[in-house]
Structure formats: C-alpha cells, structure tokens
Design a protein around this ligand. Structure first.
Ligand SMILES: [Ca+2]
Ligand SMILES: [Ca+2]
Length: 173
C-alpha cells in the first residue's frame, strides 16, 4: 500500500510538473558587444558608446544573472578614464515574442581612480537584435542626475539615452 502510494505520488508529481516545465521554460536574455549613442554626449568631440555584456536566466519568473556596461578606452565618457556599471540582475521581465526585456538590480559603479559607488540601483531596458537593430538603455537610479548624457535632468537619476548595438548582439529567447 505504501509503495503504491509512493508510485501514485511520483506519477502525480510527473503530471503536475510536465505542463509547468513547458509553461515556465527558462527564458534567457544574453548578449554582448559595443553600443553607440550616435551622439557626443559629453562634448569632447567623439561619439559616445559603451562596451556591454549580460547574461540573465528567467526561471519561474525570477531572474538571475549579471549585467556590465563599461565606458573606457575607446568608449570613454565624461572625461573619466573609466566608468563601469556592473551588478547582479535580481529583477525584471522578458518577452521573447516582442523581443524586449527589462532587468534591474544593484550595481557597483566603478569610476577607477575616482572611487566606486556600491549598491546603486539600476535598470536596463533591452531590445533584441544585432548591429543597427538591437538596443539597450541604462538608467542609474538615485545618482549622477544632471551630469552630461542625462536625458531627464532633475529626477534624481542618470537617464542615459538609448544605445544602439554597433557590434555583437542582444538575444531574448
Ligand atoms: Ca564624447
Ligand atoms: Ca536624470
């Protein structure tokens, strides 16, 4: 009897789990490359952009992953030798049909020799695609409001404009 119940329980678990596994198939948002703002945001004579990379798995709705945006070297901004936003992804949503996603989390904003800010809330909106098609838009929440490149001065956030993928790609699948 006990054995029969265990078999029944196993069958029930299998029946219940199967459709759930299909409906909750993990969605992956991934990508990397370089992006361009197609504008000189800080007025230093060169068009600005960034190096970016991300990998996020949405499993049963809870995203886990990592995001990084680096402005340095050939993508410097604000006269800083380095500005890197890197953090875990702990929130957001993704839609493979529309090819869009939003990810949020806490980042470390590293300004190189000018120091680093930890635990900074950020949000990234993403549109899937390769060069000229994919896009991303980073907002650093509660910091750097009003510095060059901020599209909405006065709201407390650093609202960077939309950046278009120049090399690499963003995938949402
Ligand atoms: Ca520039
Ligand atoms: Ca702002």
């Amino acid at each position: 009897m006990r054995r029969a119940l265990m078999v029944l329980a196993a069958v029930l678990v299998g029946v219940l789990a199967a459709p759930t596994a299909t409906a909750e198939r993990p969605m992956v948002v991934s990508g990397g490359g370089t992006g361009t703002f197609a504008a000189d945001l800080d007025g230093d004579g060169d068009v600005d952009g960034s190096h970016f990379g991300l990998g996020v798995v949405f499993n049963a709705g809870a995203p886990r992953g990592h995001f990084e945006c680096l402005m340095a070297g050939n993508a410097d901004i604000l006269g800083l030798p380095l500005m890197a936003v890197e953090g875990k992804v702990t929130g957001g949503s993704a839609n493979a049909v529309s090819g869009t996603a939003t990810v949020t989390g806490l980042a470390t904003v590293n300004l190189g020799s000018d120091g680093a800010f930890r635990g900074v809330l950020y949000e990234v909106r993403l549109w899937a695609g390769g060069p000229g098609a994919g896009q991303l838009q980073l907002t650093v929440i509660g910091a750097f409001d009003g510095v060059p490149g901020d599209t909405i001065p006065g709201n407390g956030n650093y609202d960077l404009p939309v950046e278009t993928v120049a090399t690499g790609q963003i995938r949402i699948h």
